[in-house]
Design a protein around this ligand. Structure first.
Ligand code: PMV
Length: 337
């Protein structure tokens, strides 16, 4: 039995604009997906994801992934999760040169589904790592990242950036600009996440921004401006000492950029009433800055606050179902004993 885990992430800056070649800075956070894999002799695939959503599901099917029977999935999000697991299995079979390999797969995840915290990337990254190891092949995290990107690309019909998968595989803070992916040094930023209990439809939201950008010059300018402020944020991070707690000045400057970034995302039409309410609750509580994270439409916000105030205030905010502190995860994909 082999278990691998991989972290979720928040976007410090740059979601959506990254789709058009602007840079983005996602940061891995200590909320992990764990995937346990046991090879089977009969070539079948059995997925137990009882922990993946409130309802959970278990399904077994034959050797070909494409033959998966229609199952009575409790929610569209679970159906989506299945597609990611299937794509991860395809990548693992290919990487280990074992096209007929069967697996018992157990997925456990502490990352809300489809909420902007990179749940699908974490499951795909951990899944590819665990399944290849179970077949005796060890892949470098960069290779896991590339294969996980290919899996996401397939499931999302070509609408995926390398941001989530690279960040989850490598851990820490990363920068992604087109095909150029690298890790960057960042101090331990005090992230506080607010979760509205819902999710946004990434494909629909990305398509909405694309249409707006084609129709209105302001939207194309807005995407470029997000790129500019991301570069400004990167400069601030590069000047900071990664081994030290961030200074109050750094937090205020990064926070201001996060506030601008949220306003620009709102202009692109990807925020939501619940996300705005959580962003304002965080700011009112003294957070140095706050924004939505990920595709938007619903899901999560991220704020910077070294004190407990934002987490407490979000706890009293009607639109917020869960709030938690999310430490920067310095480790990306890893084997769990
Ligand atoms: O909501 P998430 O975590 O899947 O992030 C989506 C980020 C986008 O920039 C909107 C799309 C992408 O693939 O980068």
């Amino acid at each position: 039995m082999t278990t691998s885990s991989a972290p979720g992430k928040v976007y410090l800056f740059g979601e959506h604009a990254v789709v058009y070649g602007e840079p983005a800075v996602p940061c891995a956070v200590e909320r992990r997906a764990r995937v346990t894999v046991e090879p089977r002799d009969d070539g079948r695939i059995r997925v137990d994801a009882a922990d993946l959503s409130l309802d959970g599901f278990t399904v077994t099917w034959g050797g070909s992934i494409d033959d998966r029977p229609d199952i009575d999935v409790p929610a569209p999000l679970v159906e989506a999760a299945m597609k990611y697991i299937e794509a991860a299995v395809r990548q693992a079979r290919d990487a280990a040169d074992a096209p007929d390999a069967g697996f018992d797969i157990t997925v456990e995840s502490a990352i809300p589904l489809g909420a902007g915290l990179g749940s699908s990337a974490a499951v795909v990254v951990a899944g590819i790592d665990a399944a290849t190891r179970a077949l005796g092949t060890e892949l470098d995290p960069e290779v896991v990242a590339r294969r996980a990107y290919e899996a996401e690309y397939e499931v999302q019909d070509g609408q995926a950036s390398r941001a989530d998968t690279f960040c989850s595989a490598m851990g820490g803070a990363v920068r992604v600009e087109g095909d150029d992916t690298r890790t960057i040094d960042a101090p331990p930023l005090p992230f506080v996440v607010g979760y509205d209990g819902g999710a946004g439809d990434t494909g629909e939201l990305v398509a909405g921004v694309r249409a707006l950008r084609e129709e209105h010059a302001f939207a194309a300018d807005t995407v470029e401006t997000i790129g500019d402020l991301t570069r400004e944020g990167e400069r601030l991070l590069a000047e900071a000492d990664p081994a030290r707690e961030p200074s109050e000045d750094l937090l205020s400057e990064l926070g201001a950029l996060m506030d601008f970034n949220h306003g620009l995302l709102e202009a692109l039409g990807v925020s939501a009433r619940s996300l705005d309410a959580m962003v304002w609750a965080a700011r009112d509580a003294g957070a140095r800055g706050a924004k939505l994270t990920g595709a938007g439409g619903g899901g999560c916000t991220v704020a910077l606050d070294p004190t407990d105030e934002t987490e407490l205030a979000l706890g009293y905010t009607a639109e917020c179902e869960q709030s938690f502190r999310a430490e920067l995860a310095t480790e990306g994909v890893r084997v769990e004993e």
